[in-house]
Design a protein around this ligand. Structure first.
Ligand SMILES: [Zn+2]
Ligand SMILES: [Zn+2]
Length: 373
């Protein structure tokens, strides 16, 4: 059998050898080796990185998901298992997630003959760049799944704390880029050019009308412009101007409305000022939406295994590509305390490994409950 010490050992191993999104080759090998040493079946799927393991037997099945990728961040925490990969760090705690979900796989394997169904354990690549969930769902490995269960460690919650809500729990994160193609000229002869900087000014204020004038008071969204650029010097009219920013929403209709309004504003200004405006809208992870019944089940199970459960009053504005599962299958995603002074994605992020004690119990109990319904 395995124990907490093994979970810590695995977590530190993953921590020491982090790999960025889509390059989790050695990480996948390590996971495979550990699973195989416990005789756990790994599905034969066309995945470059990441894998799906399976335990149990029978028709119905549940999925449990962990992510496996790290971030391009230079670690600033001094411990003897510090990252050995230059400029790469498990700063989102996916090392914690992997170790705990490995423990789930092994615990379930040990009770395999008593399981009233199957459990597919997903080790998902490329969460941070928001397409890993789709690389798993595109294999068809989740067709017919009864429920998909997942979690993220949460630094501002103490170990033993568990936070959840039904419905939307994280925001959709989109990025937009706008290029205004004008016509440069001498600053003294504006009539010979087509000044993109003037259009840029109009664009910035027009975009800010979307949330204030197009959204209902009952809907929520954020539109932020994070970067603008135009021109190089004082006495020349620039050729082009560039804007990029982000849209955060909690509802697919609102997301669609904002994207549509951005396009309309660009088209309208292009006509007004006789310039070409090019909008590129990148949809990153969608909003994670928790199933109502599964959320209630998660709360019951979490309390039973000893968590102090808090019901969140609003969703978080972070993105999480578990949405790739929750928008296709009944799913539930929880936030579990990891008690780090520094937040996720911070070079000094340093979660408390004590989180590894209860997480496996939660998922094992949850799976059993769902399979026995
Ligand atoms: Zn992250
Ligand atoms: Zn993460």
């Amino acid at each position: 059998m395995t124990s907490f010490d093994d979970y810590v050992k695995w977590r530190r191993l993953f921590h020491q050898y982090p790999e960025v999104s889509d390059y989790e080759y050695e990480t996948t090998k390590k996971i495979r080796t550990i699973l195989e040493s416990y005789d756990i079946k790994i599905l034969d799927l066309p995945l470059d990185t990441g894998l799906v393991a399976e335990v149990g037997q029978g028709e119905q099945f549940i999925a449990v998901r962990t992510d496996i990728d790290a971030l391009p961040i230079i670690e600033q925490v001094e411990h003897d298992f510090k990252s050995t990969a230059e400029g790469v760090m498990h700063a989102c705690g996916h090392d914690i997630h992997m170790a705990s979900i490995l423990a789930v796989a092994i615990k379930l394997k040990a009770m395999e003959t008593q399981l009233n169904g199957r459990v597919r354990i997903i080790f998902q690549p490329a969460e941070e760049i928001a397409h890993g969930a789709y690389s798993i769902t595109n294999t068809g490995a989740l067709e017919g799944v009864k429920a998909v269960l997942g979690y993220h460690n949460y630094p501002s919650l103490a170990v033993g704390e568990f936070a959840i809500k039904q419905g939307t729990v994280t925001s959709a994160v989109d990025r937009f880029e706008i290029t205004i193609h004008g016509k440069g000229a001498h600053a003294a002869k504006p009539e010979q050019g087509n000044d993109p900087t003037i259009v840029l000014g109009q664009l910035i204020t027009s975009i800010q009308s979307i949330v204030s004038r197009n959204l209902s008071a009952f809907d929520q969204g954020v539109v932020t412009i994070g970067e603008v650029s135009s021109g190089n010097t004082w006495n020349v009219i620039a050729d082009n101007a560039y804007v990029q920013g982000t849209v955060r929403t909690f509802d697919a209709e609102v997301q669609h409305l904002i994207e549509q309004r951005l396009q309309q504003i660009c088209d309208g200004l292009a006509q007004t000022f006789d310039v070409e405006i090019e909008l590129t809208y990148h949809k990153l992870p969608g909003a994670v939406v928790n199933d109502e019944q599964l959320t209630q089940d998660a709360i019951d199970v979490a309390r039973n295994v000893g968590y102090n459960v808090t019901i969140m009053d609003k969703p978080l504005t972070i993105g999480e590509d578990f949405s790739g599962f929750s928008n296709q299958y009944p799913s539930v995603f929880a936030f579990i305390g990891s008690d780090s002074m520094y937040d996720l994605h911070h070079p000094k992020y340093d979660p408390n490994e004590e989180i590894l004690r209860l997480v496996p119990d939660y998922f094992v109990a949850f799976v059993q409950k769902l399979l026995n319904e």
